[in-house]
Structure formats: structure tokens, C-alpha cells
Write a protein that binds this ligand. Sequence first.
Ligand SMILES: [Zn+2]
Length: 234
Amino acid sequence: MTTELKTFIGSQFIGKPVLADIEFIPHLEKINDFADTNGLNIFVTSSTRAWNVPVGGAVFTPAKMSNHFIGHAIDMNIKIGGKLFNSDALSNFDSLPPAIQAFITAIRKHPVLRWGGDFGDPVHIDDGLNINIPDIWKQKFPIIQSELNGLTQPGIRTEISPRLLFLTTPLMQGDDVKAIQKKLIEKGFDLGTSGADGFFGQTTANAVIKFQEKEDLEPIDGIVGEKTKKALGL
Ligand SMILES: [Zn+2]
């Protein structure tokens, strides 16, 4: 078993970067393939979640062993022809455009992947690891949660390890954000009137993307990890 939080960028994925366990990445690639085949985009609203922390301010009660806690699930809306299909729209399978029905059918036919619509949660896709191999779920849980706490929790400062910095809701805030903003300004990137305010907002994300393009960094994703930080001179 390998357990490690990774960022996933798919050609058909829009919205927030997907954080997932390395062993769920091949499934995300499959989901991306199904979306590509059917000409639709996946707008991810939630991926790996911290234990007991409300997502986007919404009140939710964590299912006992949710696959979100180990990076083996996503919540998504589907975008096709400029139209976004949310939970309400996705809950009525028969009324969906054929392309979305075909996408969901592909998920259902996959040997491992599950569409949440089959258990009352139509925005959810996971691999059923919590049910199929609960022992592995239990082994992964503390690893993913500690990585998540150290790397990505908005507003939570940690001295243990540098976190990934990217655009999220609520905005990430801290001296680490301010440090990259100062470097971006130094290098001539426009951060607008807010300047180096310590909040990782849209302007900062755009500047990071421009910086990554200029420096030929791969991937160009607006996420500040080790490589981008190094290139910024931090
Ligand atoms: Zn979910």
C-alpha cells in the first residue's frame, strides 16, 4: 500500500485542484477519460476532506468512514454545452442529456468506481474502498489526514511541513502566502491594489500561472509547491 496526497489535473476537470490519494489517481484518470469520451467537463466541488471540518461553510455530518477522508472520492457538478448540472439536476437520471447518462453509465460499469446517485448522493464518485477493504481505509485515514492538515488546510498554520498554496474557498491566508506574493511583485507580476496581503486569491493565482508559464514550469496549475517556490527563490 502506498498512501500519499497528490494533486490531480485532468483535461476535463475544471474548478478546484483535486487532492487525492496516489492510489485513487488512476481512477481519476479513468473518470477523466469517460468525461472526455462524452464531451463533458467535471467541476469538482470537493475532494479530500479533513475530519470534522465543515466544507465551504456548509454544515455536514461526516459519514462514519467516508472515502473523502482518505482521498478516494470526489463531489462534482457536470458541465456540458455551457450548462452546469448540479445535485438537483443529477438526481433525475432520466431527464439528463444522453452524454451525461453515458458518462454515469460508464462509471457504473467500471469494476470499482461507484456513482453516488445509486445511494442518494448524485454528485459523488468514489471507489468503495471503505466498504470493500475497510482495513486499508483505516490504514490510510491517519496518513491522509496528517498530510492534509500539514499541507492544505486553509487558515491553519503549521511548522511541520510547508503546505501547498492555491486558490480555494475560504482563501488560504498566512505569511507563506505573503512571501510568495512579495516575490511575484519583485519579479514584476501585477497583484493589483491588494498587493501582498497574505490572501491567496484569484489575482495571486493568475500571477502564479503567468510565472509558471514564463519559467516553463510543469504543470502550469497556479499551485505553489516545492518547484514553483524554488523558482521564486524561496
Ligand atoms: Zn461525496
